[in-house]
Design a protein around this ligand. Structure first.
Ligand code: HEC
Length: 197
């Protein structure tokens, strides 16, 4: 009889234990929410949110690691289906000047007449983006990179346009001095034209 009584007492204690556990979880959740609200409302506005600061080395490394892993995870393994024919390069050059030069510079050097700072800084493409495969470049240009200023072009441009711009980016390291001068002039003219509209 005594054994049965003990077992019943144990069974009766179970709901009480569960209630206690749930209370503890609730307390932890509420404390977490209060701490989260404190961090967002009080701590974060004290950080530097200006675009003219330079990212510290540790932040740069961390962001680069996340970006590379994200791109590798999502980019298709493929090489450029278009050949760097004079026509394709010419079209890629025009598209790049129209859509990319305002930030990346006509020659990919990130020197632009815009006269503005980005955080993180605009990536330099004059070496032809050797760290990325064709498929990865396609993914970056089509998707864009959230919170950086790099827009996504995939929804408004047919794939062939993007592949031609990639041909042009790969060509950037081989620009002659004269080509570079012409490019900068053309990009500056385009900006003046846009400014008047
Ligand atoms: C409004 C400014 C802006 C425009 C327009 C823009 N970009 Fe970018 N782009 C950026 C910024 C800022 C970054 C750096 C993002 C980062 O650090 O993660 C970037 C990064 C990139 C990268 C990644 C390079 C690397 O090594 O990390 C590629 C490739 C690129 N842009 C291509 C293009 C192309 C092609 C176009 C035109 C179709 C274009 N971008 C238009 C601002 C711009």
């Amino acid at each position: 009889m005594a054994a049965v009584g003990k077992a019943m007492a144990g069974a009766n204690n179970k709901p009480a234990m569960i209630r206690k556990l749930l209370m503890r979880v609730l307390v932890v959740l509420v404390a977490g929410a209060i701490l989260g609200a404190f961090v967002v409302a009080i701590v974060m506005p004290q950080l530097d949110w200006s675009a003219s600061a330079r990212p510290p080395a540790a932040e740069k490394r961390l962001a680069s690691l996340v970006l590379h892993r994200w791109v590798r995870r999502n980019a298709a393994v493929q090489s450029n289906p278009l050949a760097p024919s004079p026509d394709n390069l010419k079209a890629g050059r025009a598209e790049f000047i129209e859509h990319c030069a305002i930030c990346h510079g006509a020659d990919g050097s990130a020197h632009t007449p815009l006269g503005a700072d980005f955080y993180p800084p605009v990536a330099r493409l004059e070496r032809g983006a050797p760290g990325w495969t064709d498929g990865e470049l396609y993914f970056i240009i089509a998707a864009g990179i959230r919170y950086t200023g790099m827009p996504g072009f995939g929804a408004h441009h047919p794939p062939a346009d993007i592949w031609r711009m990639i041909l042009w980016i790969r060509h950037l390291p081989r620009l002659s001095g004269q080509e570079r001068t012409e490019l900068r002039k053309e990009a500056a003219q385009l900006m003046e034209h846009d400014g008047r509209n």
